[in-house]
Ligand binder design. Structure first.
Ligand SMILES: Nc1ncnc2c1ncn2[C@@H]1O[C@H](COP(=O)(O)OP(=O)(O)OP(=O)(O)O)[C@@H](O)[C@H]1O
Ligand SMILES: [Mg+2]
Length: 500
């Protein structure tokens, strides 16, 4: 791709960008939220028309008119948003638009058998006749990936494929990427996980504000230089932002409990557990995907009904039967999946941010547009949400900035207990540091925070206590000095020794 240009109203998303992928390389595309990564990919794969520039594919001019066209020419893509069809079966999704046929129509038996083969290759043992929507996002993401790599492709583009995958699933994907690479297929890999970039990539291209910063050999680019390039800062400044490795939060003196759960559980979701979060405390929940973290949070919030146990919020035992009760009582839950749990893509940034707080405020009358406006502006600034103004529809924001809008919505409620389920997924390093600082500040101001994250580093850095879950059970608790990645991993693996 040479001199690629792309404008959106009010945004110069790509400005003279050059990008090149070789056969048999993994090429990481990096940059902060809104840098232009997804846009570059969408230009490459025929989703958007470019305003200027030139693309060559295998030595020939290439001007895809649609994603299907790009796919026919050998480019297969997994977009940041899973764009499969929830109501169709897993098998139908895998073969969407390329289903095997026979003289009387679709060859269902063949399709099912092939679907099973493909998924077994991914270590997925699931019913291919079930509608896709029945499965969790991570599985859907795996299916989207399986679909992309199953077609005869010369170039595979993966836009944040691992953001909802756990360690094991990521390993499976990386193994597969290695095999594709060996077959001479070029791979474009977009991610915000720096460790993953260094594990798998040969070269790294960095974008910033729609411009090319440079393309580098991964071996020759230090992690710090990479962060500095993305942020447009010196390596010294970047060192402060890069994960702030050293600074564990000052253990604030624990105060009275804000919320306590006793024997709270739900069959099939999570076994009965006890939990307590105190004012000013960050309690981490660690565990693999599907270990019951999200389920535990949902029980606490009243989003799912518990079979057993009780919750005390403030001083009183409460029966939080619905999220509405929970919100009114002073809880907020920022959900992990922005696609299905909460963003209204057609609505403005302002409306999306003010959505919940307006309900609580409007008990005292109608909330004026001015108030909305003020709240929206405050959080757009605080979280550095990249948008030309607050009236844009949320769908126009980059993936990471959409995530920030959800976070803003719940922060705007000033809850006593804030539950954050994967708040930094899809968020770039600079903003991740911002979010972490925000968590610390909120806790410092006395908020109780329940923090769920797959990134152990983050959990270790921010939590005063950590509950570890395995197979839908709380298997242990760590506090203070004992909170280390290794300890958590051992508990997740069910090992007491340090062998893991
Ligand atoms: N359809 C659209 N309409 C208007 N603006 C858009 C559209 N798509 C992207 N943009 C804008 O273009 C810029 C680049 O967005 P893009 O999605 O490419 O970022 P990204 O690098 O993929 O970020 P992230 O890491 O958050 O996914 C952003 O400012 C975004 O708001
Ligand atoms: Mg993106």
């Amino acid at each position: 791709m040479r001199g690629i240009d792309k404008h959106f109203p009010g945004v110069h998303a790509l400005d003279q960008v050059d990008f090149e992928v070789r056969a048999g390389e993994v090429h990481a595309l990096m940059g902060q939220n809104g840098a232009g990564k997804s846009t570059l990919i969408k230009v490459l794969t025929g989703v958007y028309r470019r305003a200027g520039g030139k693309i060559t594919l295998l030595g020939r001019d290439f001007a895809p008119v649609s994603p299907a066209d790009a796919q026919r020419r050998g480019i297969s893509t997994v977009y940041q948003e899973v764009n499969l069809i929830a109501s169709l079966s897993v098998a139908e999704n895998l073969f969407l638009g390329r289903a095997p046929r026979c003289w009387y129509g679709l060859a269902w038996r063949v399709m099912r058998r092939r679907a099973r083969e493909v998924l077994t290759g991914f270590g997925l043992d699931i019913d291919v006749d079930e509608p896709l929507g029945r499965y969790p996002v991570a599985i859907q993401q795996m299916i989207a990936i399986a679909r992309a790599v199953d077609v005869e492709a010369r170039l595979i583009v993966l836009d944040e494929p691992t953001s909802s995958l756990d360690r094991h699933e990521t390993d499976v994907l990386f193994g597969l990427m290695g095999r594709l690479k060996a077959r001479g297929i070029g791979i474009v890999f977009v991610t915000h996980f720096l460790d993953q970039v260094y594990r798998i990539s040969d070269r790294i291209t960095v974008l910033r504000n729609g411009r090319l910063v440079g393309t580098f050999e991964a071996e020759r680019l230090s992690r710090l230089e990479l962060v500095a390039h993305m942020l447009g800062k010196s390596t010294e400044e970047a060192a402060v932002l890069d994960a702030q490795r050293a600074g564990t939060s000052a253990a604030a003196k624990p105060r009275e409990p804000v919320v306590a759960a006793h024997g709270l559980g739900r069959r099939g979701a999570v076994e009965p557990f006890d939990l307590e979060v105190r004012r000013g405390e960050v309690l981490g929940l660690a565990g693999l995907l599907g270990s019951g973290r999200t389920e535990a949070a949902r029980l606490l919030f009243g989003a799912d009904r518990a079979d057993t146990g009780r919750v005390t919020f403030g001083r009183r035992p409460t029966r939080l039967r619905t999220p509405r009760h929970a919100i009114a009582a002073g809880m907020a839950l920022c959900p992990e999946d922005r696609q299905t749990d909460g963003l209204f893509p057609e609505m403005s940034v302002r409306a999306n941010i003010a959505l919940v707080v307006q309900r609580t405020l409007s008990r005292f009358g109608i909330v004026s547009r001015r108030v909305h406006e003020r709240i929206a502006h405050e959080f757009v600034r605080k979280l550095a949400i990249a948008t030309p103004d607050v009236d844009r529809p949320v769908r126009n924001l980059s993936g990471g900035n959409q995530q920030k809008v959800i976070l803003a919505r719940w922060l705007a409620c000033h809850p006593e207990l804030l539950i954050l389920d994967e708040p930094t997924r899809g968020i770039d390093v600079g903003t991740k540091a911002e979010v972490e600082r925000l968590i610390e500040r909120l806790a410092g101001d006395g908020m109780a925070i329940l923090f769920i994250s797959s990134e152990l580093e983050e959990v270790v850095r921010r939590s005063q206590r950590v509950l570890v879950l395995r197979d839908r059970r709380v298997v242990g608790e760590l506090a203070g000095e004992r909170i280390t990645e290794r300890q958590i991993m051992n508990m997740i693996a069910g090992q007491q020794s340090d062998e893991a």
